[in-house]
Design a binder for this molecule. Structure first.
Ligand SMILES: [Zn+2]
Length: 267
């Protein structure tokens, strides 16, 4: 079984001490390829560096997270535009709107989002999208720009949001949020009606450790090696085998990001 983790923050400094061991554990768990999230200009540079040194296994996104939207200005935009054109970059983002934390003013979030949508169009690459507590503005901006080629990463919304995204043409990324027996319960319903060719899987490591890992890990740092737990939770919610969820999500991710087939993996 080959899996693709479409959202791993492997450039995060919590992986600096043992990144190679983390990658080896991922490979042993069947995670054949990972898309490293770029959430700021600096994180994007690191994600590209990592994908350069792990060609065919790691790929990068280039973007500025809504939390950092205030950093994206007419002065810094050209650097991001150049990074997005790198051959290792397979999507523009993580970008979008986050009205839950409001770390950046909302008008600057909307401006940064619009710029990155245009950047995705200019490069012909899909969007890696983040949305929290901002559904109405988010979908309005997508419609206004005619966006259809994107993935709503770490989807935690309700059926209404799922349907709006699917209708817009988006893919949907599911994380270990679905493994949470408290706040993830509704997702087990929501995930049933996502077409298999629009469903992709991600850990969002080092965040969102699946809560059903046994024995429970001693650390709270999530890793791509735990992606099979997400696969199993999705499979049980949809009444499918883990194998079929794995095969369909891998095919969807490979098509969406244009990833090469790595050939038979180690496990
Ligand atoms: Zn996010």
């Amino acid at each position: 079984m080959q899996l693709i983790d479409i959202g791993a923050n492997l450039a995060h400094d919590s992986f600096d001490a043992d990144r190679d061991a983390v990658m080896a554990r991922a490979a042993a768990a069947g995670v054949a390829q990972m898309v490293v999230t770029g959430s700021s200009e600096q994180a994007t540079r690191r994600a590209i560096e990592l994908s350069r040194s792990h060609a065919g296994v790691l790929f990068a996104t280039a973007g500025v997270h809504p939390h950092h939207a205030a950093d994206l200005t007419t002065d810094t935009l050209p650097a991001l535009q150049e990074l997005a054109r790198d051959a290792r970059v397979v999507a523009v983002g993580e970008c979008g709107l986050d009205y839950f934390r409001d770390f950046s003013p909302r008008d600057l979030q909307r401006r940064a989002f619009g710029w990155q949508i245009e950047l995705a169009k200019a490069t012909g690459k899909p969007l890696f999208l983040h949305q929290r507590d901002a559904h109405e503005d988010f979908i309005a901006i997508l419609k206004q720009h005619g966006v259809t080629n994107g993935v709503a990463h770490c989807f935690t919304g309700a059926e209404r949001e799922r349907d709006a995204y699917l209708e817009q043409g988006l893919h949907i990324g599911i994380t270990g949020w679905i493994n949470d027996e408290r706040r993830g319960l509704h997702l087990r319903e929501v995930v049933k009606r996502i077409p298999a060719d629009r469903l992709m899987i991600e850990t969002d490591a080092p965040y969102l450790m699946p809560r059903d890992i046994r024995p429970a890990p001693k650390t709270r740092r999530n890793e791509p090696q735990y992606l099979p737990y997400v696969v199993r939770a999705i499979a049980s919610a949809r009444g499918e085998t883990a194998w079929s969820v794995a095969a369909a999500s891998t095919a969807a991710a490979r098509r969406f990001f244009g990833l090469p087939d790595p050939g038979p993996g180690p496990g």
